[in-house]
Design a protein. Structure first.
Length: 207
């Protein structure tokens, strides 16, 4: 981001932009306040005036990350035509993310690894996790899965594993592999639903 672009932003926006860059690259606790205010080009008093504390800055950083993640996912899934395609499309979106040059894993997982139980990080990260599970459950239900919650649990595990493999092993194929397994699980769930519907139909007709 150019200095000129940064200067056109409010002090709060510059602090959030600096925090987003530094916290994601180097860790929420490894990065001190002085580095953030230096990158943002503001006084220390400005940071405390805008956020009150570093913990609040961290909370706002993660909240903004989640909002951008949700908006991006919603927008990109709109390009798919069927519920099944949208369900598996979550992994396509993830594949785009892990291929980005600055990818350093899941911001929420990274921050949680540095934080204590009961912290602000845990609260925001739990909300992010709940959103991902709900997303898979809603997409699974729309696709016709008999037990959408169970399918969501399975797909979250695949999603998590792909993220960790992409970060720790530098394996960009991990998401493709995870998507293939997700397709098998999704199709099995949809087949179970079709069988259940057929059984109900048979029972209703007395055959």
């Amino acid at each position: 981001m150019s200095t000129k672009t940064m200067d056109r932003r409010s002090a709060r926006e510059r602090l959030l932009a600096a925090a987003d860059e530094l916290f994601y690259a180097d860790g929420v606790h490894s990065v001190g306040i002085d580095r953030v205010i230096e990158r943002a080009g503001v006084a220390k008093a400005t940071l405390y005036s805008a956020f009150g504390s570093k913990d609040e800055l961290i909370r706002c950083y993660l909240t903004a990350r989640q909002a951008a993640r949700r908006e991006g996912m919603t927008r990109k899934l709109a390009r798919y035509d069927t519920p099944r395609e949208r369900l598996l499309g979550v992994f396509d979106v993830l594949a785009e993310q892990v291929a980005e040059p600055g990818f350093r894993g899941c911001a929420f997982l990274n921050a949680s690894a540095e934080s204590r139980p009961g912290s602000t990080v845990e609260e925001v990260s739990s909300e992010s996790r709940a959103w991902l599970r709900s997303l898979f459950a809603e997409l699974g239900q729309a696709a016709g899965a008999l037990d959408a919650e169970r399918l969501a649990q399975q797909l979250v595990l695949l999603y998590d594993g792909a993220v960790v493999a992409a970060q720790m092993d530098r394996d960009l194929t991990a998401v493709t592999v995870a998507r293939g397994v997700a397709a098998v699980l999704a199709d099995a769930a949809l087949a179970d639903a079709a069988l259940a519907d057929a059984a109900l139909a048979d029972a209703a007709t007395g055959s």
